[in-house]
Design a protein around this ligand. Sequence first.
Ligand code: NAD
Length: 465
Amino acid sequence: MSQSIPIHGASRTVSNTYDLSTSPTMTFNSPPSSFKMRQQVAASAKTLKPFDTKDIKVLLLENVNQTGQDILRRQGYQVEFLKGSLPKEQLIEKIRDVHVIGIRSKTKLTAEVLKEAKNLIVIGCFCIGTNQVDLQYAAENGIAVFNSPFSNSRSVAELVIAEIIALARQLTDRSMELHNGTWNKVSAGCWEVRGKTLGIVGYGHIGNQLSVLAEAMGMKVIYYDVVNLMSMGTATQVPTLKALLESADFVTLHVPELPETKNMIGAKELSQMRNGSYLINASRGTVVDIPALIDAMRSGKLAGAAIDVFPHEPAGNGDYFNNDLNKWAEDLRSLKNLILSPHIGGSTEEAQSAIGIEVADALTRYVNEGTTLGAVNLPELALRSLTTDEPDHVRVIYIHKNVPGVLRRVNEIFADHNVDKQSTDSKGDVAYLMADISNVNTDEIKGLYQSLEELSSKIKTRVLY
Ligand SMILES: NC(=O)c1ccc[n+]([C@@H]2O[C@H](COP(=O)([O-])OP(=O)(O)OC[C@H]3O[C@@H](n4cnc5c(N)ncnc54)[C@H](O)[C@@H]3O)[C@@H](O)[C@H]2O)c1
């Protein structure tokens, strides 16, 4: 079946036949590696193509960053790019036809929408969160979902550095006063940060970056984490949250949103902090008990605070930051030396560009090689690449129900060939199997594919050659 669809304003003929595929046309390049061995392997890696899909069609919505578009186009995929999101009916219409969809936070990929996406193999969330996708439904239907949780770590760390200095110098109050015409030159209660102690709660991607930057400014760094971690520079891990709170001049929070981190900083923890210290929260809004923070600011226990995240945040920009949104919003707005920012920790051009690269790379690896590393709803698996000197090899991806006896049946189907390598793992009810098989000639690929498709455990089969 052939049909004509507009792509970037031009009209191209595409085909959905079960012929050998024409895309990808480019070899996927792994990120630069310092290991020579890996570079040599990558150089001779074979570009795999799906046998049953002539062209890989990609729909990118919500103005996905140019870096991501470029990577997908360079693969020879047919990329349709739209600046906005789509109303549900149009989304359903378009999603029927594509193998890959890239979205940000506005596009809701519910079970109702995904039910129509018969060709879809993978979803790329070009953002941090994946709440907008029905992950369970996607997994049960063999659709992998990728996101980019760590591309903006540096941006958050840099914002926190700015806030540490701004709080120590009461900079935002002075700026606000001068905006209102008041000259108020003061040095009382204003400090250098050199020699002060920064306490980092949660020493992950952001905590690490921050640790290095803070030491470069002459700060002493201590951190608390539930995991024992290697320190950056001369930072030291402390055994308890209390030990950190009692010793730090600045406390900054970088933990995930979990039941254990809900109101992790409340009245008790605030009372354990040093008099005249500062609190920064750019993690999640639920981590700090805000009414307790307001009390600590009013009593002078805290000399300042910076809050970038809130329990309830508006869906769009506008004058929404009031008591209807969070019942204490107006109390918060009235406090001095309190920096309030609208969840912009990770909002930089660099982070958007890095998200484009990270997600497009993950999509490309999944489409071309079946690698699920970084997938949020399927087990994470990878096999070493097939090479150009393995011409009669195919890679089989078999996403199936996690029920007894599947491997025996799959290996019966593989029995006439040589299984060079195989890996399988499960996540809940869904299991993912990858196998590289040799001595397969092109005429046998279809039979292999159909035999797997006929198994009752099948969710989705892909054969790459
Ligand atoms: N403000 C923003 O725009 C923005 C941007 C990106 C990330 N974030 C948020 O920042 C937070 C940290 O992100 P990350 O990328 O560094 O995460 P990460 O997963 O790399 O690190 C989190 C660290 O917290 C530790 N941890 C977990 N539970 C803990 C607990 N109860 N006590 C102490 N440590 C605990 C983990 O062991 C881990 O080392 C997340 O909540 C994330 O959502 C905010």
